[in-house]
Design a protein around this ligand. Structure first.
Ligand code: ADP
Ligand code: MG
Length: 203
């Protein structure tokens, strides 16, 4: 992987914000079923705030850009997911080099997921965003293609449907959380698709 040009990061931000905006109603509906129905709006507010400052972020070295994006997400997304997505990007920025190869990206992503789990006092299997992040990390480590990684993320989000929520608001429902996709797992899969397809298209 060569150095990430400012235009690449701008494209990634636009793709992420576009997909969240396009699916905000769906994310809200998922969160209405087993949460409080704010996930779509939370994510849209956060990613539009990042989009609004994309030019500022895009000229920074990749680690600084990711840290700044994470900070912005913490400040703007809100809910439980804001600090968690914020942690993901901030930790990624802390761990990644300015010009990461795939191994470097994979290692940094793994550390960032650990930071999310520590922050959320959560682990995989509890019907959260971690249930998509973890399999995506494995797919990255296994050398899977962008298309395969997207498929892994989509399947992983689907796989949260039969799970019982053990973290977040959905856990208050106990058994009644079974049968619905976790909203944060879905938004994570959407972001994975946006990033993977954008990188693939401009590789
Ligand atoms: P809130 O639950 O405060 O309304 P959101 O609706 O924006 O916040 O986000 C809910 C999502 O956050 C869930 O679908 C889940 O994926 C994720 N989440 C909540 N709590 C945790 C946690 N402790 N660890 C990991 N992810 C979590
Ligand atoms: Mg919610």
């Amino acid at each position: 992987m060569v150095a990430m040009a400012a235009s690449d990061l701008s494209r990634l931000i636009a793709a992420a914000a576009d997909t969240i905006a396009a699916h905000a109603d769906e994310l809200t509906a998922l969160d209405q079923a087993i949460g409080d129905g704010d996930h779509g709006l939370n994510m849209k507010r956060g990613f539009e705030a990042v989009r609004a400052e994309a030019d500022t972020f895009a000229v920074k070295p990749l680690p600084e850009a990711l840290k700044a994006i994470g900070t912005k997400l913490v400040m703007t997304v809100g809910g439980a997911s804001g600090p968690l997505f914020g942690t993901l990007f901030m930790a990624l920025g802390k761990e990644i080099s300015a010009e990461p190869d795939r191994a470097g990206l994979t290692a940094a992503f793994g550390k960032a997921i650990e930071a999310v789990a520590a922050r959320g006092k959560s682990q995989t299997g509890q019907k959260t965003m971690l249930d998509v992040l973890q399999p995506v990390h494995e797919a990255l480590a296994e050398g899977k293609t962008a298309a395969e990684i997207v498929a892994v993320a989509d399947r992983a989000a689907q796989a949260t449907v039969p799970m019982k929520a053990l973290r977040g608001r959905a856990s208050f429902l106990g058994e009644r959380s079974i049968g619905h996709m976790d909203a944060g797992a879905r938004s994570t899969a959407l972001l994975v698709r946006a990033v993977a397809e954008t990188i693939e298209r401009h590789a």
